[in-house]
Design a protein around this ligand. Structure first.
Ligand SMILES: [Zn+2]
Length: 248
């Protein structure tokens, strides 16, 4: 009789112990996912839709303290098929990306959300610096005299430029993850190219890439870049690349 009692007491505590373990486990996993979501709210991604309604030929320094100057904002290209100016396409695609990143939980800030602005390239970089952004993606489209050229390109700050050495490595990591993700969704990428002549890079204290989405000078690619489904597919893959970096 005593043995039975002892057996039930032991059995009771054993089952009770398992139940406590399970509930703690559940609590732990929900805490982890809560922390993950909460962390993403604290990650600031700045999107810079390239150009604006009117270019500004007034000059600004290419880099802090540099004697070299470039126009504040260039005019940008125009689609051969759509006749759409680059600044319109850039904002369209940027808003698609903004939406996707916000749904993933990121805090997204934009250098512009309308066309009638005058924000120079250095001012765009300084904006992201002052907002303490974690990453900047600048959205552009290419154009060439050779209308047969197609594909996207990713530009990053140069390793050998003293203004950008500190942001080179992380910018390069982002570029590689974005490239990989875009290629996985079947988008043609011409490569990742280091540039030391880009004002918006040289003033940046924040890891930054430029995505050249494709060529406005190619008839089919111009049409494709204006297609809503293609914009969604491209920006979904870009967002996944960015997400991979922060999930590491
Ligand atoms: Zn451009």
């Amino acid at each position: 009789m005593k043995n039975y009692k002892l057996f039930f007491i032991i059995l009771f505590f054993w089952v009770f112990g398992i139940l406590i373990d399970l509930s703690l486990l559940n609590e732990k996993t929900s805490v982890v996912s809560f922390v993950e979501e909460d962390t993403k709210k604290n990650i600031i991604i700045c999107i810079d839709p390239g150009h604006q309604e009117k270019g500004d030929k007034n000059l600004e320094q290419v880099a802090p303290g540099s004697s070299q100057k470039k126009p504040r904002v260039s005019q940008g290209a125009t689609g051969v098929a759509t006749k759409k100016p680059e600044y319109v396409l850039n904002l369209e695609a940027s808003l698609v990306l903004k939406d996707i990143l916000q749904k993933k939980g990121y805090n997204v800030i934009m250098t512009r959300e309308s066309h009638n602005v005058n924000i120079s390239n250095s001012e765009r970089a300084i904006f992201a610096n002052q907002k303490n952004a974690n990453f900047v993606i600048r959205i552009h489209a290419d154009s060439l005299n050779d209308s047969s050229k197609t594909g996207a390109s990713i530009l990053i700050p140069s390793k050998d430029n003293s203004n950008t050495t500190s942001i080179y490595e992380v910018s390069s990591d982002f570029a590689n993850l974005i490239k990989e993700s875009m290629e996985n969704s079947g988008i043609k990428i011409n490569g990742i190219f280091e540039r030391n002549d880009i004002t918006g890079f040289n003033w940046s204290k924040v890891p930054v890439v430029i995505l050249e989405m494709g060529f406005l000078s190619n008839y089919n690619e111009d049409l494709m870049m204006s297609d809503k489904n293609y914009q969604n597919k491209m920006m979904e893959s870009v967002a996944n690349g960015i997400d991979k970096y922060f999930n590491k």
